[in-house]
Design a protein around this ligand. Sequence first.
Ligand code: HEM
Length: 139
Amino acid sequence: MNMLIHAHSGLRYVVLALLIAAIFVAYSKWKSNDHGDSKLYLFAMIAAHTQLLIGLILFSMSPKVDFSMMSDAMYRFFSVEHTTMMLIALVLITMGRVRSKKLEGAPKHRTVLYFYTLGLILIIVGIPWPFRNLGAGWF
Ligand code: HEM
């Protein structure tokens, strides 16, 4: 359980870095009307799905997930807010990638740009950053 929390915590930076890189690539390929795909789109999605998998295991085991403690901000955050935001972000990223696969040229990269950016925003907002006082650290 402890190892999983550390993996989940550290992997956030991999997800964030890959998403930001994919968004930059999508923007430049969109603007240059590039027809190729980018492996970064796939890698960013895989990293996000790995978080989802670990997250689902944590959700089933974590003492911070307790629906009888909803008046406490920390329990509410992990039971509802974190989980909901990350699930929506995962759906957006997956939709962006799946839709982009069916498109060519500028619309392909624009689709990745829009969906991944929305996903990234939700993930940034949904992370229990230490300054939010939810009992989670930087790593
Ligand atoms: C890209 C997606 C995600 C990111 C970046 C992310 C990030 C994080 C971070 C940074 C923590 C704090 C770890 C610590 O205490 O140091 C955390 C905790 C947690 N996450 Fe996620 N998460 C994601 C997706 C999910 C999903 C989809 C679920 C559930 C289905 C989930 C469930 C949890 C739970 C239950 C905890 C609390 C674990 C505990 O301390 O007992 N996460 N997450």
